[in-house]
Design a protein around this ligand. Structure first.
Ligand SMILES: [Fe+2]
Length: 248
C-alpha cells in the first residue's frame, strides 16, 4: 500500500539516498538545458539534494505566493479527481520514492517526478494561470471522454513534455522531461523533432506514454500558453463537432 499522507519520519536512509542521487544526477543535466523559470522556481521552493521536500514546508512557501498547495495521493489519480483538485489549486502528488534499482524508469510516477519536476513551477504565476485554466476546461468537459482525451494531448505536450524558447535557445520546462535522464538527453539531440506550439496540431497529435517522445512542442512563454486557453476551448469544440458530424 502506498502512503496517503506524508509522514516525514517514515523516510528511510535509502529514500534520502535515492532523492540525493536523482537530484544531483538531474541537476547536472538540467543546469544548461532547463528553463530559467524552472531553475528559479527550484530555488523559490528551496529544494536541495540533501533534503526530501517536506510538503508542509513547501505549502507554506507556495500558498502565500500563488495560492497553490500539494494534495497527497497514493498513486496517479483518476482524471476527474485530478482536475477537480487542480481547479482548486491543489496539485495531487505522491509522497513515496522509487528504489535504487528503479532509478531510470518507473511505470507510475513517484515523488521525484511529482515533486521535483512538477512542484517548483507551481510558484510561477504565469505557469499556474495556464495550469488552472486548462484544468477548468477539462473539468467542464469531464463527462466527455473524447474531449478529455484531446485535452490530455495539450496537457502532455505542455505540462509534461513542453519546451520553451529563451533568448533564442530551446529550454526544458515539461515535468516528464525534467525528471527523466533519458528524456532530458534525447529532447536536446538532433533526432528530436521540435515543433512550434500549435493548438490545432496538438489536438490532432497522439502520443505514447511508454517510450521516449519523438516530438516536442516549443512555446515562447508561459503567457503564450495562458493566452492560448480561449483558442484551446474553441478548437476543442470544433474537433468535437466534426466528430459528431461523422457519427451522424
Ligand atoms: Fe506528471
Amino acid at each position: 500500500m502506498r502512503p496517503t499522507k506524508q509522514i516525514y519520519k517514515n523516510y528511510t536512509e535509502n529514500d534520502f539516498l535515492v532523492w540525493k542521487t536523482l537530484f544531483n544526477r538531474q541537476m547536472e543535466i538540467l543546469k544548461p538545458i532547463a528553463s530559467s523559470e524552472f531553475l528559479k522556481a527550484l530555488e523559490e521552493v528551496k529544494f536541495s539534494s540533501e533534503k526530501i521536500p517536506d510538503f508542509l514546508e513547501v505549502d507554506a512557501l507556495l500558498k502565500p505566493s500563488t495560492g497553490w498547495s500539494i494534495e497527497t495521493v497514493p498513486n496517479i489519480s483518476p482524471q476527474k479527481i485530478f482536475f477537480e483538485f487542480l481547479s482548486k489549486k491543489k496539485f495531487t502528488s505522491t509522497c513515496w520514492l522509487r528504489t535504487m534499482e528503479q532509478l531510470d524508469y518507473l511505470e507510475e510516477p513517484d515523488m521525484f517526478h511529482d515533486v521535483f519536476a512538477h512542484v517548483p513551477l507551481l510558484s510561477n504565476q504565469n505557469y499556474v494561470n495556464f495550469f488552472k485554466g486548462l484544468s477548468d476546461i477539462a473539468l467542464k468537459n469531464i463527462d466527455n471522454p473524447k474531449a478529455v482525451e484531446l485535452l490530455g494531448r495539450i496537457y502532455w505536450f505542455t505540462i509534461e513534455f513542453g519546451l520553451i524558447l529563451e533568448n533564442d535557445e530551446i529550454k526544458v520546462y515539461g515535468a516528464g522531461i525534467i525528471s527523466s535522464k533519458g528524456e532530458s538527453e534525447f529532447c536536446m539531440s538532433k533526432q528530436a523533432v521540435l515543433i512550434e506550439f500549435d493548438v490545432d496540431l496538438i489536438l490532432h497529435t497522439d502520443f505514447r506514454t511508454d517510450v521516449i517522445q519523438d516530438k516536442y512542442f516549443v512555446v515562447e512563454s508561459f503567457e503564450q500558453l495562458y493566452n492560448s486557453l480561449a483558442e484551446i476551448e474553441k478548437e476543442l469544440e470544433k474537433v468535437l463537432e466534426k466528430d459528431m458530424d461523422f457519427v451522424l
